[in-house]
Design a protein around this ligand. Sequence first.
Ligand SMILES: NC(=O)c1ccc[n+]([C@@H]2O[C@H](COP(=O)([O-])OP(=O)(O)OC[C@H]3O[C@@H](n4cnc5c(N)ncnc54)[C@H](O)[C@@H]3O)[C@@H](O)[C@H]2O)c1
Length: 243
Amino acid sequence: MGRGLLSGKVAVVTGAASGIGAAVVERFLREGARVIAVDLTDQSPGRPDLLVIKGDVADAETWRRIADTARAEFGRLDVLHSNASMVVRTPAHELLEADWDRQLSVNLKATYLAVNACVGLLREDRGAIVLSSSVHALVGVPGHPAYAAAKGGLVSLGRQLAVEYGPEVRVNTVLPGPILTPAWDGIGEEDRLRSVAATAAARFGRPDEVAAAVTFLSCAESSYITGASLVVDGGWTAVKDSA
Ligand SMILES: NC(=O)c1ccc[n+]([C@@H]2O[C@H](COP(=O)([O-])OP(=O)(O)OC[C@H]3O[C@@H](n4cnc5c(N)ncnc54)[C@H](O)[C@@H]3O)[C@@H](O)[C@H]2O)c1
């Protein structure tokens, strides 16, 4: 067996085709894990240590397929990184009900579905769950009502799951700040500069910097950490301008 932090482990990563999820897949593979990579969009073909599943995390059937694949192909599941997400940027009074429902389903309900399907396997292997929330769980930013509600919900859900499934399963949540991924593609230069200026680090974060935190919370290096929230935001929530 190799010496990686996740050597011998099997991990599921959702939202794996892009940004932070793709960086987590890459890091998990480097740390010796075998990975089931899940996304709604097409991904590069798999390899012996990487199985690719195309599916919607808001659909219970996808989670049945994920659990069946983990059981049939690897016989175990040690890490679940629930990370897939989407956002519709509109104030609440203009947000369509369907867009509210979809954001709550993809960003919050998906984790319930994940646990429903996978917690048996995770318990057997004394596994770890890492949820991707956001600094939007802590700070109000105009135009994100459903996204913020879902991301805030994930912080409480993570705590709840830690209590429910300990001591066998540890559950922690990461709260990224501005991380330069395709999620920023539609956002203008002015808003980008404002976000970066609001960090103590004075720059965007990189997906691999969040992947490092997710890896830490997924492996034995964090063996006494559960029910916790880890902000990975270059100090964005610490900075408050004097205005
Ligand atoms: N990038 C940031 O600045 C930032 C900040 C705070 C929180 N986050 C959180 O980090 C996580 C990753 O963000 P990112 O920036 O890498 O996003 P991204 O947009 O680059 O990637 C998200 C991925 O999720 C997939 N996805 C969307 N809906 C899905 C569904 N229903 N089923 C399966 N896959 C689906 C997309 O196809 C995409 O590949 C998200 O949970 C996001 O909310 C990101």
